[in-house]
Design a protein around this ligand. Structure first.
Ligand code: TRP
Length: 517
């Protein structure tokens, strides 16, 4: 290769950056809302099954493509010889613009809510009126511009000094804050009802096909797949790091943030008699309407509200960084532009692309104070979220999986297991070639059908969830807590130990034969 390509400086730094791209609004804004909508614990089952069976493999495939080619998505798909590789890879460069454009708008609301919570601005007010008021104020423009400026600035410093350094600060802080808020929530009187709701799977919920569709969209979203981000981040990985274990560690580290977020939200919401508001709420409602109500009523709510939105901001900003990076990498690799220039240009374009969402919220005059107001103000944003998640992400993720299974073949499988401490057996071939694509395709088609024949479809499969009756914690709930937390935190701790182990091994290797590219 002609030029020296950037890589992650340390393994730990890479892990933080990876978890930084993964943990974000998806964990704290989307995951709890989906849990609320699809019956709490019932949603955990499809989520975990699809995470382990499908999404982790998607992640490994994107890393394989990135690391073996050391290119941005367009160059990567071309280099592995995928038919129409450049055109297909272009989605990995262009797609993120659309994702970023609305993602950063929500991030901007989060920034505003840090201040609003710490200052107690919405305390004692109707939180919906407050949120509508904010959407119609000049502050939403200020927050939006600040968020875009922040990610562009970090990216202008590059992979090691920008992304890696920022994530090393933001991600550990995020976990610490999340644990503090979860402990607060779990220790509120009456919290157990929320735990019961969150951790007790109900068959009617698990059998709901729609929940499986939503779960598939969610596992792709939460692992940052299908947008080129993981291809790029994988291209900065060193060849001496094994892919499979790192993929497991990152996935479970990410899921532990989601699980914690649920523990931070549901117990508090139910303790403060807002359980009804949690179930079946739209995503936006949960984080920006219900939670402020929770903070407004709970003891030391300003502190905990401020901390909660601060941690959410860390997650959202570190994710937004990864969504902006593919286009910058493309300009660097293909146009040979300096990083600063690319960061500035993408920043301006992304700011402009976000404006329609901001303006949509700013100008629409809904029925005064009614919930229609929010629906109208967020119409554009919610549509974009649906298109991206139900169609965009699964499609490119599927292509990446097909690329490894059918185009790279033996080369891909070899790259997957290269230098891996725990290698994946031969079963991975049929799994990647047939099982995963068929599953993704099924869901993709089902989603398409839903988009076009939504109502009919709902009649066919979407049995309404039975009402939630709250009782004390059942044995099943306890079992679920043990199983879910065991898997997730066991995975995360295992991942952490791997980090330490790999660092040591790397140091040893570096001593004996010098660094590699
Ligand atoms: N995973 C992030 C979250 O949960 C969002 C995200 C970052 C993302 N980069 C991505 C989603 C790339 C899809 C593709 O908030």
């Amino acid at each position: 290769m002609a030029t020296q390509r950037e890589t992650w400086r340390t393994h730990t730094g890479m892990m933080f950056a990876m978890i930084g791209t993964e943990v974000g609004l998806g964990n704290i804004w989307r995951f709890p809302y989906l849990c609320g909508k699809y019956g709490g614990g019932s949603f955990l089952v499809p989520y975990m099954v699809l995470l382990v069976g499908v999404a982790i493999f998607g992640m490994m495939c994107e890393w394989v493509i990135g690391r073996s080619t050391r290119r941005e998505p367009m160059g990567a798909f071309q280099k592995i010889g995928f038919p129409f590789g450049r055109d297909i890879g272009a989605w990995g460069v262009i797609g993120p613009f659309f994702l970023y454009s609305y993602y950063i708008v929500i991030t901007a609301w989060v920034l505003f809510f840090i201040v609003a919570s710490a200052a107690g601005l919405y305390f004692g007010e109707n939180t919906e009126d407050f949120f509508l008021g904010f959407l119609g104020s000049k502050w939403v423009f200020v927050a939006h511009a600040a968020a875009v400026a922040f990610t562009s600035l970090v990216l202008s410093f590059g992979v090691q000094k920008g992304i890696e350094r920022a994530c090393k600060v933001m991600i550990p802080s995020l976990f610490v804050l999340l644990i503090i808020v979860a402990v607060r929530s779990l220790t509120l009187p009456g919290a157990r009802e929320g735990v019961e709701f969150y951790m007790r799977p109900r068959w009617a919920g698990i059998a709901n096909a729609e929940a499986w569709l939503a779960a598939l969209g969610q596992v792709f979203f939460t692992l940052s797949l299908g947008m080129g981000a993981m291809i790029i981040y994988g291209s900065y990985m060193r060849k001496s790091w094994g892919i499979p274990l790192n993929a497991f560690a990152c996935s479970f580290g990410n899921t532990s943030a989601s699980i914690l977020a649920g523990f931070a939200i549901f117990p508090a919401a139910f303790a403060l008699n807002l359980g009804g508001a949690v179930e079946g709420k739209e995503a936006v409602g949960l984080t920006f309407l219900v939670l402020p109500e929770v903070f407004g009523t709970m003891p030391a709510g300003r502190l905990f509200g401020g901390l909660f939105f601060l941690l959410l901001a860390f997650g959202a900003l570190s994710s937004a960084i990864s969504i902006q990076e593919p286009s910058i990498a493309w300009m660097k690799d293909e146009l040979r532009w300096p990083r600063r220039k690319s960061a500035l240009l993408t920043g301006v374009v992304l700011w402009l692309m976000g404006l329609p969402f901001v303006i949509n919220g700013f100008v629409t005059h809904g029925a005064a104070g009614g919930s229609a107001g929010i629906g109208e103000k967020l119409a554009l944003l919610i549509k974009m979220d649906k298109v991206i998640n139900y169609l965009g992400l699964p499609l490119l993720a599927l292509i990446a999986i097909l690329a490894v299974g059918w185009v790279m073949k033996e080369k891909g499988f070899a790259e997957l297991n290269r230098n891996a401490r725990i290698k994946i057996g031969r079963w991975v071939k049929p799994w990647l070639r047939y099982v995963v694509p068929v599953l993704v395709l099924l869901v993709l088609v089902a989603n398409l059908l839903e988009q076009f024949f939504g109502d009919t479809y709902k009649e066919l499969v979407g049995a309404e969830l039975p009402g939630f009756e709250s009782v004390g914690i059942t044995p099943l709930t306890v079992i679920t807590i043990i199983v879910v937390c065991g898997i997730v935190w066991g995975g995360a701790i295992g991942g952490f130990l791997t980090v330490v182990g790999v660092e040591r091994r790397k140091a040893r290797e570096a001593q004996s034969r010098g660094a590699d590219g």
